[in-house]
Design a protein around this ligand. Structure first.
Ligand SMILES: CC(C)(COP(=O)(O)OP(=O)(O)OC[C@H]1O[C@@H](n2cnc3c(N)ncnc32)[C@H](O)[C@@H]1OP(=O)(O)O)[C@@H](O)C(=O)NCCC(=O)NCCS
Length: 304
C-alpha cells in the first residue's frame, strides 16, 4: 500500500489538478473552468485532492445539493489508480464534512458497476437513474418563427433570466422525476444554470416567460455542449414550445462549430426522453443516483 494524503484545493494549480482528475474520470462531461469553480466557492463546498505516493490520483467534492437536508459527496479516482484504498480515504473525508454541515442524507452518482459496488459497500442504495442522451449536430435548420410567442436569447433580454426563475423554473421543477423537489435559489439559477447568455433561449408570450432551453458551452472542448435545463409552463405544453426551443438551440450550435450536444434526463421523465428521441438523440451513458443516511455507519470502523 502506498502513502495516501488528502489535500485541500487552494491555488489555481490545485484547481487545475482537480479539474484534470474530473476530466479523466468523466471524459464525456464538461467541467467548469478554474474561474467558474472559484465563483462557486462557498463555506459549505469542500474540494479535495488525494495523492498516492506524492502524485495526485483523485479528487473529491462535498457540497449542498439541490434538495434540502441532503449533501453531495463525490469521490473520483483516476481509473488506473483504483482499488488501492484512495476512494475510501476520500469518501471518509467528504462524509466527515457533510456530517459537520448537519446533512442527514448524502448522495452521489455512480456511472459504472465497480463504482456502484463501492457505494453499496458503504451503505448507499440506489434511488434513481439518469440517462445521457447524445445527438450529433449536422446542418440544422432554424425552426419557423412561432406566431403565438417569441423566442429571444438571454443576451438580448438579460432581465428575462430572473423572470424565467419565477415563471418557468419554480413552477416546473416539481414535474421532474426526483424523490424530493429541487431547492435551487435565485442566485444559483443566475450563476450555475446558465454559462453563456447568447446560447440560452427563452420563449416569451406577451410579457410572460413560458419556456426555457439552451446550451452550456464547454471551453475545454468547444465542439460539444451540454443541453441546459428545459422547461415549459404547464398551460403551454403540447404546443411544440420545448421542441421549437431545442431546435433553435441546435441551429445555434450548428452555426457555432458544435458537433455534439448531450443531455442528462431522469430515467422516469418519459416525456423529456421521448421528446429528445424525437429530436434525434440516442442513449449513451447511465448514471445511478445513490444515497445513504448520515452519519454513515461504516465511517468509524474504517477510520482514516
Ligand atoms: C468509486 C471510486 C471512487 C472507488 O475508488 P477506489 O480508490 O477504487 O476505492 P477503494 O480502493 O477505496 O475501494 C474500497 C472498496 O470498495 C469496493 N470496490 C471498489 N471498486 C470496486 C469494483 N470495481 N468492483 C467491486 N468492488 C469495488 C471494494 O470492496 C473495495 O475494497 P477492496 O479493493 O479491498 O476489495 C472509483 O471507482 C471512481 O472514481 N469511480 C468513478 C466516480 C464515481 O462513480 N464516484 C462515486 C462513487 S459513490
Amino acid at each position: 500500500m502506498g502513502v495516501i494524503e488528502i489535500l485541500p484545493v487552494e491555488t489555481d494549480a490545485d484547481y487545475e489538478a482537480w479539474r484534470q482528475v474530473r476530466i479523466a474520470v468523466l471524459p464525456h462531461e464538461r467541467c467548469p473552468s478554474v474561474a467558474e469553480m472559484r465563483e462557486l466557492a462557498t463555506p459549505q463546498r469542500l474540494l479535495l485532492l488525494a495523492a498516492l505516493d506524492g502524485k495526485v490520483v483523485a479528487n473529491g467534492l462535498s457540497d449542498r445539493s439541490n434538495e434540502a437536508g441532503r449533501g453531495v459527496v463525490a469521490p473520483r479516482v483516476r481509473p488506473e489508480e483504483r482499488r488501492r484504498g484512495v476512494g475510501t480515504r476520500m469518501l471518509v473525508a467528504l462524509v466527515e464534512h457533510a456530517e459537520a454541515q448537519g446533512y442527514i442524507v448524502a448522495g452521489c452518482n455512480a456511472e459504472d458497476e465497480g463504482s456502484l459496488a463501492f457505494a453499496q459497500r458503504f451503505g448507499f442504495v440506489e434511488t434513481g437513474r439518469q440517462v445521457e442522451q447524445v445527438r450529433p449536430i449536422g446542418p440544422e435548420p432554424w425552426p419557423e418563427p412561432p406566431t403565438t410567442y417569441e423566442i429571444v436569447t438571454v443576451a438580448e433580454r438579460p432581465e428575462l433570466w430572473a423572470a424565467a426563475y419565477e415563471q418557468v423554473a419554480l413552477p416546473t421543477f416539481p414535474d421532474m422525476d426526483v424523490p424530493t423537489p429541487l431547492d435551487v435559489s435565485a442566485e444559483q439559477w443566475a450563476t450555475e444554470w446558465i454559462n453563456d447568455p447568447a446560447a440560452m433561449f427563452v420563449a416569451v408570450a406577451g410579457e410572460k416567460v413560458i419556456g426555457v432551453a439552451g446550451l452550456m458551452l464547454d471551453t475545454d472542448r468547444p465542439e460539444r455542449a451540454e443541453v441546459a435545463y428545459t422547461g415549459v409552463r404547464r398551460e403551454w405544453r403540447g404546443k411544440a414550445v420545448a421542441s421549437t426551443l431545442k431546435r433553435t438551440s441546435m441551429a445555434w450550435a450548428a452555426e457555432h462549430g458544435i458537433s455534439e450536444v448531450y443531455t442528462w434526463t431522469q430515467q422516469g421523465n418519459d416525456k423529456m426522453r421521448r421528446l429528445n428521441e424525437h429530436l434525434g438523440f440516442t442513449d449513451r451513458a447511465v448514471s445511478i443516483n445513490v444515497r445513504a443516511a448520515l452519519p454513515l455507519e461504516l465511517t468509524q470502523e474504517i477510520g482514516a
